[in-house]
Design a protein around this ligand. Structure first.
Ligand code: PGA
Length: 249
């Protein structure tokens, strides 16, 4: 039996309240599509609205970030413990924007990973190389280190049912996409790496691709080897484009 494709929509820090409500209502119409599971990551301030507006069982809710801390005096942070009432089941961790703009190290990402798991939230862990690393043939080494650092900190058992997103940094928000051949090669490497390091968990782990995925390239990229779905940024804000991506999954 083939698995449903996971189509994850990362809205980042976009949308007025009115636009968010309108888009969420449109997302409900994705219910008519088969063989996909949609996860939407709106800005956290809209989570409660999203939980009320999303009526389709096929559309799950996630948060774009959680705190590395538990509870306490951490101004501006959101604890994973606070999310259960929002039907929030997923969190994006290790996104390159968080790594680069907010100095998130693998150590911080690992702490967030553990907090998420403790609150029954499934992490979508992003890994990816920059342009220079790819040109120097270092992609697998970079991805292997990012994965190994988290695995060594949290333990292999915590990877059960987790989701890993391969997101080449040079493809995020740039309009440049990896080719299907590149994605097949890289996701095959990630699958092999995880098979060696997490042999008990590998069958429960899903692998995504993200980086300038759009309605034109989705069919190719989502059907590359070891791709169980996609993580979509800007194209998830345009419902027609997003619908077309979901259709081609
Ligand atoms: P993009 O973003 O689709 O706009 O490139 C992807 C992501 O950051 O997850």
């Amino acid at each position: 039996m083939t698995k449903n494709k996971i189509i994850a929509a990362n809205w980042k820090m976009n949308c007025s309240y009115e636009k968010a409500v309108a888009l969420l209502s449109q997302y409900n119409t994705l219910d008519s599509l088969n063989n996909i599971e949609v996860i939407v990551f709106p800005p956290s301030i809209y989570l409660e609205t999203a939980a009320k507006t999303l009526t389709s069982e096929k559309i799950k809710l996630g948060i774009q970030n959680v705190s590395e801390y538990d509870l306490g005096a951490y101004t501006g942070e959101i604890s994973a413990k606070m999310l259960s009432r929002f039907k929030c089941e997923y969190v994006i961790l290790g996104h390159s924007e968080r790594r680069a703009l907010f100095d998130e190290s693998n150590e911080i990402i690992a702490a967030k990973f553990l907090n998420a798991i403790d609150s029954n939230i499934t992490p979508i862990l992003c890994v990816g190389e920059n342009q220079e690393e790819r040109l120097m043939g270092r992609t697998n080494a970079v991805l292997g280190k990012q994965l190994a650092d988290i695995i060594n900190s949290v333990g292999t058992d915590k990877f059960k049912h987790s989701i890993i997103a391969y997101e080449p940094i040079w493809a995020i928000g740039t309009g440049k996409t990896a080719t299907a051949a590149m994605v097949s090669e890289t996701n095959t490497f990630i699958h092999q790496f995880l098979s060696e390091h997490c042999p008990q968990e590998i069958d429960s782990i899903s692998l995504l691709y993200g980086g300038s995925l759009n309605d034109k390239n989705a069919a190719d990229l989502l059907n590359a080897d070891y791709v169980d779905g996609g993580l979509i940024g800007s194209a998830s804000l345009n419902f027609d484009q997003f619908f077309a991506i979901c259709q081609s999954a």
